[in-house]
Design a protein around this ligand. Structure first.
Ligand code: ADP
Length: 349
């Protein structure tokens, strides 16, 4: 359910990816926001070009939909390099990696999404490739087993992960540059939407894009996806022009509230308040209550709730804040305790 929700920052099916591809910035200058990361990347790229060397390995980490894949594409474009893409779950055996690495040319960029999901044997196989640009490949087994030392061309590995914490220390240590992507401000998202609206040839009234940006929960992918929903709505219910009224109605139909929370976010908050008395509660317990994947909650729901101060992560589990209860009109624990005590007092009279 969460994967297909409108504000999910998860990657989409092919058609939507196509929509995204055309909106994906190709060069650093076209990327909006992430000033810090962009500045450091620009220096690293210029320095590598001056030395005529491939870039060091890079790790991008942060919640989904913030631009990790986009930046990998941008780095390859800026370096004039070829990009080869794969992902942690797709590389199950050393042979899969061997297939990728043996086709890599000098300077190529190899992008591995969800790199935290590489299996330990694959991860260990990659270490010498990253460090010394060689791999030790074992062919046959038992008595006939032979280890072949295979030299590789110098390449740049770009890893992306939503969970840097799950990466083993040896793998993390082999990246020369580690960049954390931050949520985007409303102004940055408005600028991204202006760029997208232009590319999609959309007519928007003043301020309408600001309304969408405010509900995009800090992620460009969500912003672009909401823009697409609103565009559909405007085409069917209006004249195709994005007016404030059309945008408000479209977002209401998608059940997205003024803070960008959708039904899954609200169910998460309600479950914590109603079932777990506001917490602390373990993420597995909450996932079981909601019938959702733990990963979805950790990747897609929690980062934004933490960011806006609706959720606290403590050693004992997740706790909801009074601010979240207020937003949904729910009684928070202190209020509940006070009213329970008042009831007891009334009963005792
Ligand atoms: P991630 O890999 O972190 O999940 P993506 O790189 O796939 O995120 O980004 C999702 C979409 O958001 C892209 O297709 C692109 O259209 C848009 N996007 C990401 N970063 C930027 C940016 N800095 N400026 C403009 N659009 C962006």
């Amino acid at each position: 359910m969460a994967i297909n929700r409108v504000i999910s920052a998860q990657s989409l099916n092919e058609t939507e990816e196509k929509f995204n591809v055309s909106l994906r910035p190709k060069l650093l200058d076209e990327c909006i926001g992430q000033r810090n990361v962009k500045d450091k990347l620009a220096i690293a790229i210029a320095a590598a070009q001056k030395r005529s060397e491939p870039l060091e390995h890079i790790l991008f980490y942060g919640p989904p939909g913030l631009g990790k894949t986009t930046l990998a594409n941008v780095v390859a474009n800026e370096m004039g390099a070829r990009l080869r893409c794969s992902s942690g779950p797709a590389l199950t055996k050393a042979g899969d990696v061997m297939g990728l690495l043996s086709n890599v040319n000098t300077g190529d960029v190899l992008f591995i999404d969800e790199i935290h999901r590489l299996s330990t044997p694959v991860e260990e196989f990659i270490y010498p490739a990253m460090e010394e640009f060689k791999v030790d490949f074992t062919v046959d087994s038992g008595l006939h087993a032979k280890t072949i030392n295979f030299p590789l061309k110098r390449f740049t590995l770009i890893g992306a992960t939503t969970r840097a914490g799950l990466l083993s220390a040896p793998l993390r240590g082999r990246f020369g540059m580690l960049y954390h992507l931050e949520f985007y401000s409303a102004e940055e998202l408005t600028a991204i939407l202006e760029r997208s609206a232009k590319l999609l040839n959309l007519h928007c009234e003043d301020q309408t894009l600001k309304l969408i940006a405010a509900r995009s929960r800090g992620a460009p992918r969500t912003a672009n996806r909401l823009l697409k929903r609103v565009r559909d709505y405007a085409q069917v219910k209006g004249e195709g022009v994005l007016t404030s009224k059309i945008v408000e109605s479209a977002l209401k139909m998608e059940q997205i509230d003024p803070l960008g929370l959708d039904e899954l976010d609200r169910s998460f908050i309600r479950a914590l308040v109603n079932v777990y008395d506001g917490g602390p509660a373990g993420i597995d317990a909450i996932a079981a209550t909601l019938g959702e994947e733990r990963d979805t909650l950790e990747d897609v729901v929690e980062p934004y709730l933490l960011q806006i101060g609706f959720l606290r992560r403590t050693k004992r589990g997740r706790e909801i804040t009074a601010k979240a209860c207020e937003h949904l009109g729910l009684k928070c624990r202190e209020e509940k305790n006070a009213s329970d005590q008042a009831d007891l007092f009334e009963q005792g009279k």
